[in-house]
Design a protein around this ligand. Structure first.
Ligand SMILES: [Zn+2]
Length: 267
């Protein structure tokens, strides 16, 4: 994920956070986000930088999101610290949710409201895919950072509107469906969950070295201790059998003790 930190320090939303203008700001700054809201810009402007320039003004009081995703590069332009209260959804979701805008392809032309025609479908789909995939990666990162479950803590602006925590907009679903891109919010949540899984990597058990004795199971109660003893070369692989129930002779005991003593660096 390419993250470009570009805080909109002149924007009045940023300034309200700096001044801790009221309890909504202090609460968000103290508690952090409880959810993440996905938007798309609703105009044919793929460049995040264009919005950053337009919004980074003291007289721009129409909004401020936490990040914009460039549709041409997939780069994430972070415009507010993640624990600042944003102005992104026109409802109480601003008190709880991080807001992220995906920029939209310039291969479409808006004709009024949320309606658009597609000028170049393959380019529009490629731009859409780029911003979608960057959003998946960003949301996986933020869910991990704030301990959020993507299945219950991620919504779109449209879903937020239906739930009564945002204004009645239709993004970003209108963009996906208008392009016939095949993306849905349920699919997005599943993709975020899968990206988190991938990030976490395989479970540690599968990374443990195999035990070279056929009479020892990897989950036997002493298996971890045996792995340690093998790694330290206190026990040697030998014949391939460990005989875990066999008694320890005096002869074997002194050999073991001497190996252990030498491992400690003593003579
Ligand atoms: Zn929106």
């Amino acid at each position: 994920m390419q993250l470009i930190e570009h805080y909109l320090t002149n924007n009045p939303c940023y300034q309200a956070n700096v001044k801790r203008a009221d309890s909504r700001y202090t609460a968000f700054q103290t508690n952090g986000p409880k959810g993440l809201m996905l938007h798309s810009v609703g105009c044919a402007q793929p460049k995040a930088e264009v919005f950053c320039k337009r919004w980074n003004r003291a007289d721009f009081d129409k909004g401020c999101v936490h990040a914009l995703i460039d549709a041409g590069t997939g780069a994430v332009w972070q415009t507010l610290p993640w624990n600042y209260r944003g102005w992104h959804c026109g409802g109480s979701g601003n008190n709880t949710h991080i807001g992220v805008e995906m920029c939209e392809s310039d291969a479409v032309r808006y004709t009024g409201g949320a309606n658009f025609t597609v000028l170049n479908r393959s380019k529009a789909l490629a731009d859409c895919k780029r911003s979608y995939e960057a959003a998946v990666e960003l949301f996986a990162f933020l869910c991990g950072k704030y301990g959020l479950d993507p299945k219950t803590s991620v919504c779109s602006h449209r879903e937020g509107g239906k739930a009564g925590i945002a204004s009645g907009h239709v993004d970003p679903e209108h963009y996906w469906s208008g392009l016939g891109a095949g993306y849905t919010m349920d699919g997005f949540r599943a993709d975020v969950a899968a990206a988190m899984q991938k990030e976490a990597g395989p479970a540690p058990e599968t990374e443990q070295p195999a035990i070279p004795f056929s009479d020892v199971a990897s989950d036997d109660w002493y298996a971890d201790a045996l792995r340690w003893a093998l790694e330290k070369q206190l026990i040697l692989p030998g014949s391939g059998l460990f005989h875990p129930e066999a008694p320890l002779t005096k002869a074997a005991a002194v050999v073991l003790l001497r190996r252990f003593w030498k491992r400690l660096g003593a003579n």
